[in-house]
Design a protein around this ligand. Sequence first.
Ligand SMILES: Cc1cc2nc3c(=O)[nH]c(=O)nc-3n(C[C@H](O)[C@H](O)[C@H](O)COP(=O)(O)OP(=O)(O)OC[C@H]3O[C@@H](n4cnc5c(N)ncnc54)[C@H](O)[C@@H]3O)c2cc1C
Length: 570
Amino acid sequence: MKVEKFDAIVVGAGLSGLRAALELSKKWKVAVISKVHPVRSHSGAAQGGINASLGNTLEGKDDTAERHAYDTVYGSDYLADQDVVQFMCEEAPKIVIEFESMGTPFSRLDSGLIAQRPFGGAGYPRTCYAADKTGHALLHTLYEQCIRKEVIFFDEFFLIDLIKVDDQITGILSMDMATGELIIFRSGYVILATGGFGRTYKRSTNAIINTGDGVGAAFRAGVPMQDCEFVQFHPTTLYGTNILITEGARGEGGYLFNNKKERFMKNVASKAMELAPRDIVARAIETEIQEGRGFENAYVHLDLTHLGAERIKERLPGIREICIDFAGIDPINEPIPVQPGQHYSMGGIATKFDGRYCETPLAGLYAVGETASISVHGANRLGGNSLLETSVFGRYIGRLLLEKGLAELPSIDKLEKAEEAAFTGIEDLFNQWNTNSGKRPVEIRDEMGIVLDTKVGVFRTEIALQEACDQLAALQKEFENVQIPTSEREFNFGILRNLELRNMIDIAAVTAYAALWRKESRGAHSRIDYPTRNDKEYLVHSLVFKTEDGLMLKTKPVKLGKFEIKERVY
Ligand SMILES: Cc1cc2nc3c(=O)[nH]c(=O)nc-3n(C[C@H](O)[C@H](O)[C@H](O)COP(=O)(O)OP(=O)(O)OC[C@H]3O[C@@H](n4cnc5c(N)ncnc54)[C@H](O)[C@@H]3O)c2cc1C
């Protein structure tokens, strides 16, 4: 059994993982483990931008961190924890300037300052961007810095499970994907930065690697999942492939039309129109389609033609390329066919109520970025706030741990016993997976995706959610006897896809279970049978635990603050 030892282990090389590692590398020996090369992480696909109240534009000159915090809390339908939102918004200008000083090529105003565009639910143009390739620019910046600081990377290493002794984390069990060898990484600090779990849905803008592996591992280790019923459906994904068409396209002035050539957003958000928050726009589009005012009963039009060729080429070059390559249309001349699709996981690994931000109930385990629910997005995330969250809290964790000092590990015999148990446990599981009978993982995965798309989608009901819970439980049973093509270990994608499915199937069940429990409509969670918000009973976070008798739900208070609770209208 090969054991690697580090002061801290970061799992995930997206923006949150890299930012944490960069900070920790100032003093410690730190390893970053990633199942893909770091710059292939989903952060690199982010298009629209990162929010900070810099006030660089004329229209935005009065913007402040306080206003940013207000928009975020209001946008979250009051489920965000106000202390952590406040912290994030105050850090935002500093984090963007830090990126600028590290060399991120932001788009510029004529004045030379970083350009900012309007985004949904924001009172001012607050979203800083690098054309429509912001994530790519930020991720490459951080990767370069990590290389410079000699962070140690284990690329194409797969986190399988967490290892703990009593209630203290002691490391992870991983697989070197090329050789199939199982390797233990030992450390008293593990930071999970494994991104979202959007691929549980079939229609998703997420990369195929977004399978919630960190979330699944934490859940199995006894850490609860928080607010998983809140799934962000992006209003504008390209019909056919569900590739994201950034909110920046509406930020630049794009219109949404139904088949009657009406800008239907006037019916639901007469002031904000196309720039209402995502949950509201997604519901409006879904309603147009369901009531027969869409095209082919499947999509509406996002029209950019009035923006002119020059602006589209300068500000939205990537979107134009995507439309030409994947839909055969040029948005300079034709509208883009769009429909809502899963986009972001507001829920994730629960953090402690009275702990430091990102601290989980398992000592030494931290969660950051999309994998965590800390919670800055509450029931609905505003566009541009996620890239911000990753880097603000990545840096925060780094600083926090350096301040706490190195972790003490349990005695060596306890450690080795726990590592041995993790090792043999997974070998047993591999032996249980059959090479010649049972369903193939892809079949289970497809069925799971369709159940979530159709029964845990934009609009939800008791009956559909109950059916989803039952069907997902049946799929979990079938998974126990899943088939893999070969038990060879070297680069065996059968095993890897199965390990991903093991995580996804659990999280899919948690999503449906929490959605069934929440009998109200708040943010992205819209129940047709309970159409209004119910602050009296449900102004709480949901926490779902894995127990021997199945799932168990508890609640956790929301940290309220200075922003008074009101109805949400745009
Ligand atoms: C298409 C798209 C566009 C977006 N645009 C924007 C935007 O403009 N603005 C904005 O604010 N937000 C945007 N978002 C959301 C935002 O990009 C993500 O929430 C954020 O980048 C997530 O960063 P992260 O560091 O948490 O995880 P990720 O960047 O997803 O990285 C996850 C890392 O974990 C690793 N990993 C996962 N599982 C394992 C495992 N088992 N073993 C080892 N490693 C593992 C992966 O290899 C990867 O390195 C967008 C999202 C999408 C999908």
